[in-house]
Write a protein that binds this ligand. Structure first.
Ligand SMILES: C[S@@+](CC[C@H](N)C(=O)[O-])C[C@H]1O[C@@H](n2cnc3c(N)ncnc32)[C@H](O)[C@@H]1O
Length: 248
């Protein structure tokens, strides 16, 4: 999980290779750290997110799990009959997925790719575009400018279909009580996101910035919390579900 407090502050880190190194290092303990936490409701968030993606894809339809991590969601989708393309920047996270999902991979229900984005593009190749793209638990928050990435992802998604992202709420009330949130916000003025420096850097994108970054390939269709509250009632939520619709 990216930091939600200043516990990991370390201005030395940035860039995708630093992100990959960070996740390679945390991969063995990731599941316990994220889904095993008792102080936050990550399991409920994950279930609500996966349900949303499965509904967007339609029964049995193919899903690209972008930034799939250790494969918790990929296993969930595959168990419900979806064909899953799992991709992650971090080979370490992918190694955990490959162990978790060895049966599904052997059966061809999950395909995998790790490393630079080109690895995903090669793996998807000229195959049929997927019915939905998922990006759970702050994957897009590691990308400073999601615009070029979203345009490249759109190529692999059926026109009219959805990309569903779980992103960190830039205006999470509990974070806003801390000085580090205000210092980060001030340093990030005019950048379209609040940049949080740490062992891994995150960018808490404003919804308006995401909307601009997504065009022309996508429009934002909805933004809500895991329990369905609208953006205007989201101060108490650390995570937002953003649903992008690929333009036809
Ligand atoms: C907080 S983890 C979430 C993992 C998984 N989606 C989950 O729900 O548990 C963020 C993941 O995004 C991946 N990631 C970060 N930047 C990425 C990028 N540009 N392309 C693909 N994956 C990326 C990381 O390697 C990491 O596995």
């Amino acid at each position: 999980m990216p930091p939600t407090s200043n516990e990991w502050l370390d201005p030395a880190a940035a860039a995708p290779d630093a992100t990959a190194r960070f996740y390679d290092a945390v991969a063995p303990g990731y599941d316990a750290q994220v889904d095993g936490r008792t102080d936050v409701d990550n399991l409920r968030l994950r279930e609500a997110f996966c349900q949303r993606v499965a509904a967007a894809a339609g029964p049995g339809a193919s899903i690209l799990d972008f930034g799939c991590g250790t494969g918790i969601d990929a296993a969930w989708y595959a168990a419900r009959g979806h064909r899953v393309h799992a991709y992650d920047l971090s080979p370490g996270m992918m190694a955990v997925l490959r162990e978790r999902c060895s049966g599904e991979i052997a059966a061809g229900r999950i395909t995998t790719a790790a490393g630079p984005l080109e690895a995903m593009e090669r793996a998807l190749g000229a195959g049929d575009p997927v019915a939905a793209i998922a990006a759970n638990f702050a994957v897009l928050n590691h990308v400073q400018d999601p615009g070029p990435l979203l345009q490249r992802l759109a190529v692999h998604l059926q026109p009219g279909s959805a990309l569903v992202a779980n992103v960190l709420n830039p205006f999470y009330g509990r974070d806003m009580r801390h000085g580090w949130w205000w210092r980060s916000a001030l340093r990030s003025l005019g950048q379209g996101a609040i940049r949080m420096e740490g062992r891994v850097t995150t960018y808490r994108h404003f919804i308006g910035s995401l909307r601009r970054a997504a065009a022309p390939a996508f429009a934002i269709e909805s933004v809500c919390t895991a329990d369905g509250r609208s953006l205007f009632g989201s101060l108490g939520a650390n995570h937002l579900f953003v649903q992008f619709r690929r333009r036809s």
